[in-house]
Design a binder for this molecule. Structure first.
Ligand SMILES: *[C@@H]1O[C@H](CO)[C@@H](O)[C@H](O)[C@H]1NC(C)=O
Ligand SMILES: *[C@@H]1O[C@H](CO)[C@@H](O)[C@H](O)[C@H]1NC(C)=O
Ligand SMILES: *[C@@H]1O[C@H](CO)[C@@H](O)[C@H](O)[C@H]1NC(C)=O
Length: 480
């Protein structure tokens, strides 16, 4: 067939293949533009471990340490850790208990409805090399018990960043002991201020609480809480904390989760919370977050959720949060987890890739407007662009995979290299054989060891300009 085609027909056939339906052009500013992020933390992407499951993650899940170490190898800093969640508000400290945690559950995949923890919970937490937040109970209204636990944490943990007084109080009910018959945002603000003052003065340490801890931006909001802080209470607050799950387990939609413009809209309500924290002289963190509530839905273990994690983290950092803590729930019953005992979760690839993109950098800036499925970011170090991150968030499952072309100008030098984050589709899952690759490599099930040969791509820079292709549901990290 080919031999019978005229040269002209062959050429037009070729052009039809290589010229995509649209092409994007961006100029990379030679210094950080005005909409660049604030100064980035050395390790802004971290992990949250569900309170009752933390000892198991640290003593009984082989991948935990190497998965965190892989991220540390990129940045030189251990990812920040938060230990907390719903079960922190079901937990009572027991100074005489020898085990870290004690509870019974009907089935191994269940979370306990009540539990106790001992001093070795805190000594185990102190074995971690990174900055750690630990969450204690407020819901049960046992302030002397929480003070006892907090004093132990302060004594034992050299890595202690801050302490939470309660988790997601927006979900407390009028029958919870702290509520005293009724519960509202206003009651929570007064309760937080009173606990900060009482526990803070008992600990004789300022800048110690991670406050708010809201899975809400409306009735229970950092903006509302900061307006009620007394100067006495405020001195004990180190940071204000939000939680965010864009989707619910029952109605999850992957195409919308991973869409660059949908991410921008979903996180918009946090701008006001970040501003409220800053106006109070504190910083904001996303202290617990992941793709979908209740341990995640069917979309949560997919490669698309990994792409969401990458772009969401970067957009949140540009919005002004300091760090994000991705929640890891019940071992063996956790759709959105980065790793388990036996298998790796595709979202870990997104976390690793975003960490690669940001490692050692000072700022990241959006070059696009955030209104399409295509993202281009410039990453700056010492005032100069050092990397570009390109993301095509078109949802790809099967059939012809479309490609987006990014033409970037203002580039230094004559050649660049790049590493690609890809998988067979947005719905690919490592536990089902759909292994993603980051620069050609994968993470081994059960050990988190990076394996396979590293693949680096290259492109010529001509007159400061280079062109890159990124397929639907893929990202490309370009090293300038
Ligand atoms: C701290 O709180 C504990 C528990 O309520 C109490 O026993 C202790 O006296 C308090 N200490 C200080 C210095 O306030
Ligand atoms: C950021 O600024 C650039 C100009 O430097 C602009 O083209 C881009 O649309 C802006 N993006 C956002 C999300 O503000
Ligand atoms: C992980 O395990 C799954 C299930 O056995 C397998 O299909 C997949 O290929 C494994 N991935 C790697 C990177 O070893």
């Amino acid at each position: 067939m080919k031999a019978t085609q005229s040269p002209i027909r062959s050429l037009s056939w070729l052009l039809a293949i290589i010229v995509p339906c649209s092409a994007l052009t961006f100029t990379v500013p030679s210094s950080p533009p005005s909409n660049a992020s604030q100064q980035l933390d050395p390790a802004p992407i971290g992990v949250s471990l569900e309170f009752f499951a933390f000892p198991a993650y640290f003593t009984d899940v082989a991948s935990t340490s190497p998965c965190l170490q892989n991220l540390r190898s990129l940045t030189g800093t251990w990812p920040p850790l938060r230990i907390g969640g719903t079960t922190q508000d079901r937990a009572t400290y027991s100074a005489s208990q020898t085990t870290a945690v004690s509870y019974t559950v009907a089935a191994p995949g269940d979370a306990p409805s009540t539990l106790t923890f001992g001093p070795s919970f805190m000594t185990l937490a102190n074995t971690y090399g990174g900055q750690t937040i630990i969450g204690f109970n407020r819901r049960l209204n046992n302030q002397p018990n929480t003070i006892q636990a907090a004093r132990k944490a302060l004594d034992e943990m050299d890595n202690l960043n801050s302490i939470e007084l309660g988790n997601e109080p927006n979900f407390y009910t009028s029958s919870d002991p702290i509520a005293g018959g009724s519960w509202s945002g206003t009651k929570d603000f007064a309760s937080q201020v009173s606990w900060q003052t009482a526990v803070g003065s008992n600990l004789s340490t300022t800048n110690i609480f991670s406050a708010g801890v809201y899975f809400d931006t409306n009735t229970f909001s950092i903006a509302g809480l900061t307006a009620q802080e007394s100067s006495t209470a405020a001195q004990y607050v180190r940071e204000y904390c939000s939680h965010n799950y864009p989707q619910s387990q029952s109605s999850a939609n992957l195409a919308s989760l991973m869409s660059h413009s949908a991410i921008k809209s979903q996180i918009a309500p946090f701008k006001n919370e970040i501003t409220a924290a800053k106006n109070a002289g504190k910083y904001h963190i996303m202290g617990e977050t992941n793709s979908a509530t209740q341990g995640g839905g069917g979309i949560s273990p997919t490669f698309g959720a990994g792409l969401w994690l990458m772009d969401y983290s970067i957009q949140m950092l540009i919005l002004g949060t300091k760090a994000l803590y991705f929640h890891q729930g019940t071992v063996g019953n956790c759709q959105y987890c980065w790793w388990g005992r036996y298998s790796m979760g595709a979202p870990y690839y997104g976390a690793y890739y975003a960490t690669m993109a940001l490692a050692g950098a000072d700022q990241i800036a959006p070059l696009d407007s955030g209104t399409t499925n295509y993202a281009a970011y410039a990453i700056y170090k010492a005032g100069k662009p050092v990397r570009l991150l390109l993301y095509n968030s078109d949802y790809y499952v099967s059939g012809t995979r479309s490609v987006q072309t990014f033409t970037m100008s203002g580039l230094p030098g004559t050649a660049v290299t790049a590493k690609r984050l890809t998988a067979s589709s947005a719905t690919a899952r490592q536990d089902q054989g759909g292994n993603p690759t980051v620069g050609g490599q994968t993470f081994a099930n059960g050990t988190c060891a990076i394996q396979g040969s590293a693949v680096s791509e290259s492109a010529a820079v001509v007159s400061g300009r280079a062109t890159f292709t990124v397929a639907a549901s893929e990202a490309l990290l370009v090293y300038l």
